[in-house]
Ligand binder design. Structure first.
Ligand code: CP3
Length: 357
């Protein structure tokens, strides 16, 4: 069989709002610490970045959730912070503290000194992981590649890690907008090259995680986050192996800006749980596909409640194609794997009635 043949293209059809037999689903962070088999490989690898840098191990954990659940896509196992790491900031993950950079962006000189990382050099290991995933998948389901948005990456680079207030990164935007634009331009160029490299290596769909876009005011969101995502999307190859390579933009907390987000050139818009599917479909469902939007905390509740929420989410989207079922943010490490099974089964059981005649 040619490696280009897909046994399950449901999600690619849904991204283009074409007819499907049931609503496709995958989960943000579907390969991760809630799975005991992930924790096992993670401990063998030593560090999280060690896992990302090994194409063989990255491919193995990418496929783990597909062995357990009947999902319609795989997402490359990696992290959004590989790009700032490749720009020389020195990334590590400290248990209990999350990501930490050895160096952070503190001045104009720091911005000017940042090197442009190349998908074929510093980030070659990610492209090798994409290739290894495609080989292991052997056409089972499509592989999603991804990146962080320039703004979301910039927050980590300026703060030096995670932040609750984004005080340093927002101060850069307010006090030195030109410097912020220079940093974001460098990141947009790096991200465009990174995503192009992933498509060339075999990614069949792409997603931009704008996790912290919702922390901005409307005007700064438009100028400092959305504008850069549009610019990136414009420059991407949109076809590979004879098929469209759909792009999803996910701005967490972006529900109030859906009309603008739907104009950015993306095929699909990711939603968190603070927007109702019904509202989103009415507002932008005629332009783009919609991905989401179960609150990941719902997976801590009892299986019967989970089934009802799946039914509600599907009913809110309603009849017809263009829904990619997902969570509204990443699955949490404490999630019981059997509750995930309840969600997946409910999507399989309840969604066919919304498709066909
Ligand atoms: O979805 C998937 O299965 C693909 C893998 C993936 C990871 N991170 C693996 C990971 C993806 C798509 C990401 C994206 C990512 N990383 C985002 C954007 C999406 C989001 O969740 O908002 C962000 C903000 C990051 C940055 C990051 N990486 C954080 C905040 C953390 C958590 C740190 C911690 O210790 O809790 C990470 C680490 C990380 N990335 C883990 C995984 C499975 C856990 C690390 C481990 O195994 O020790």
């Amino acid at each position: 069989m040619s490696s280009h043949e897909l046994k399950n293209d449901r999600i690619l059809r849904a991204f283009q709002r074409q007819e499907v037999d049931r609503t496709p689903l995958w989960m943000m962070r579907q390969a991760g610490r809630y799975l005991p088999e992930y924790r096992e490989v993670r401990s063998q690898a030593g560090s999280f970045m060690g896992l990302c840098r090994s194409p063989e191990l990255a491919a193995r954990v990418t496929l783990q959730p597909l062995e357990r659940y009947d999902l319609d896509a795989a997402i490359l196992f990696s992290d959004i912070l590989t790009v700032p790491d490749a720009m020389g900031l020195g990334l590590s993950f400290v248990t209990g503290e999350g990501p930490v950079f050895e160096r952070r962006i503190q001045s104009n000189a720091d911005i000017d000194a940042l090197p442009q990382p190349s998908a074929q050099k510093e980030l070659r290991y990610v492209m090798d992981a994409v290739q290894a995933c495609r080989q292991e998948l052997a056409g089972r389901v499509p592989l999603i590649g991804f990146t962080g948005s320039p703004w979301t990456l910039a927050t980590y680079m300026v703060e030096g890690g995670s932040s609750k207030t984004f005080a340093a990164s927002k101060t850069l935007v307010y006090d030195q907008p030109q410097a912020a634009h220079r940093l974001l331009t460098k990141l947009a160029d790096a991200v465009a090259d990174y995503l192009t490299g992933q498509v060339e290596a075999g990614a069949q769909a792409l997603m931009i995680f704008d996790t912290w876009g919702g922390a901005l005011d409307p005007e700064r969101y438009r100028d400092f986050s959305l504008a850069y995502m549009s610019r990136i999307i414009e420059s991407l190859p949109r076809e590979a192996e004879g098929r469209r390579v759909p792009v999803t933009v996910f701005t967490k907390g972006g529900g109030q800006w859906l009309e603008e987000i739907a104009e950015c050139g993306a095929d699909a818009v990711g939603l968190d749980w603070t927007t109702s599917m019904a509202d989103a479909r009415q507002r932008i469902g005629h332009k783009v596909a919609l991905q989401g939007n179960i609150d990941p905390c719902m997976l801590h509740a009892n299986p019967e409640f989970i089934r009802q929420e799946v039914a509600r989410c599907l009913a809110e989207f309603g009849h017809g194609p263009g829904h990619i079922f997902n969570l509204g943010h990443g699955i949490q490490p404490e999630t019981p794997p059997e509750n995930v099974a309840a969600m997946v089964d409910a999507v399989h059981e309840f969604s066919p009635q919304y498709h066909g005649n």
